[in-house]
Design a binder for this molecule. Sequence first.
Ligand code: NAD
Length: 486
Amino acid sequence: MAQMYLNGEWADAVSGGTREVKNPCDNSTIDTVPAGDEADAQAAVDSARAASQSWAATAPDERANILHAGIAAVKEQMKDLAVLLTKEQGKPFMESMGEINHFLHGMEFYAGMASKIRGSQVPLPPSMNPNSYGVIMKQPVGVCVGIIPWNFPITLMGTKVGPALIAGNPIIIKPASSTPLTTLKIIGLLNEAGLPPGVLNCVTGSGGTLGTALITHPDVRRVALTGSSETGKKVMELAGPDFKRITLELGGSDPMIVCPDADINKAVSGCMIGRFWNAGQACLAVKRLYLFDEIYDEFLEKLVAKVSRYQVGSGMEKAEKPHIRMGPLHTAAQREEIEAQLADAVAGGANVVLGGKRPQDNALADGHFFEPAVVTGVPEDSKLATEEVFGPVLPVFKVGDLDEGIAKANNSQWGLGASIWTNDMKRANRAAREVQSGMLWINQLHFGYDEMPFGGIKASGTGHEHGPEALEYYLEPKSVVFGGLD
Ligand code: NAD
C-alpha cells in the first residue's frame, strides 16, 4: 500500500481509511492509498507551518541545490515513474515520458530562478522627508496548498512545487484521487534529496473532504488549483472569506482558426496533436476547429486521414506503424460525458465523419476506450460547441472570413488558449489583439511553455502559472520606507 508524505515521513491516514487506485486500461487495482480527511489536513498544515520560518531563512542557493539533487533523482528513475504514470493515468508510455520531462524542465527553470528573486528601491518625493526612500521587499506568503487534476498530474504538481519552494514557502500537494501514485513517488524523491521535514508534503484523499479542509485551514495562506471551472468556483468561495491568495487554472475550449494562406500540412499536424494528445484530455487542447471555406474540404480530408491512424489500446504497448497509440479515457464517467456530448450534437443534426464509439475488440472491454472522432455540421448551441469537451472528439466549423472566425472563437464562456494558422501578418496581428484568450499561438501547437506565463480569462480562471510571473503569487511585496537617514 502507498502512503502519504508529511513532516518528512511516510504516513497512513489518521482514520486508517484507504482507497483503491485503478488502471483505466483494464479497471484492475494498481495499489491503494490513504483516504485522508480533516485530521490529515491538520497534520499536514502543522508540519508545513513548523517548517516555514527556517525554510524562508534558507539561502536561495541552498534551496536550488536541494531541488537540483531532487531533479537528478527523478531523472534517474524516469522510466519506472513513466510506467507507473501510464498505469494510473492511461496515457501511452511515450506521453508519460514526455510529461515527466516537461516536469523536470519546469523544476529546473525554477531552481535556476532561486537566486534571481529581487525587490526594488523606490525614490520618494521629498515633501515628507528629503532623505527617505522606499524598498519593496519580496517575502514568502507562508503555507501553500496545491490541488492537482488527473490529466497531467506530474507537470501540474511541478508548476506549484517549483515556485513555492524557491520563493521560500512550504507546500502541501493534494493530487487527484485517481492519480496519486507517481506523485507520491516523486514527492518522496524530492524530499530524500535533502528537503527539511514539512517543507514538501503530499496528502491523498477526496477534494470535497481533504481538499476543503486544506483550503479552509486558517494557517494556509495560498491555494493554487488546477481543475475544472466548477471546482474553481467552489475553491474561490472557500478561500474568499479569509482573503487567501488564489490562482485558478481551469477548463477551456480552445478555438483553432485556419486561414486559406496557412501551411495546411503543418496546421493539420498541429490540429491532430492539439486535439488528440492524452486522448483529448488537456485543458489547452484544440476543442473547436474553424476552417475558412476555401480550404475546408482539403483540410478535412487530410485531417481525417491522419486521425484514422490512431489505434486505441494499452498505453504500455506501442502501436504498429503507421498506427499511433491512443490510451483509454481516464474514467468511466469521463467516457460517458463525452458520449453524451456527442449524442447531443448528433441529435441536433451533426455528422460523425470518423470514430465516436467504443471499440468492438473484446480485449479492450474492461478499459474506458473511445475511438477518436471528427464531427461536422455541429449546432453552435450544442454541448459539443459550448461545453468543455474533455476527450477525443473534434467539432469542425466552416467560416467565411476572419471576422466570422474571431467572432465564433470568442462566442464562448472559455478563454484559455487559441491559435491562428496564417502567413498573413495582418491576420495574425488581428487575432493576437482580438481573440479573447490567455494565450495565442500563431502557426504553433497549443502548448504550455515553462518560460511563458500561462493562465486563462473568463471561465478559464484567474492568475498565472509558469515563467517568473508565477513567483508573484508565492511572494508578498512588502513596502518599507527608510526615513530618519539625515
Ligand atoms: P476536478 O476539478 O474534478 O479536480 C481537480 C482537483 O480538485 C482534484 O484534486 C480534486 O480532488 C480537487 N477537488 C474537487 N473538488 C474539490 C473541492 N470542493 N475542494 C477542494 N478540492 C476539490 O478536475 P479534473 O477532472 O481532475 O481535471 C480536469 C479539469 O482540469 C478540466 O476542466 C481541465 O480543463 C482542467 N485543467 C486545467 C488546466 C489549466 O492549466 N487551465 C490544466 C489541466 C486541467
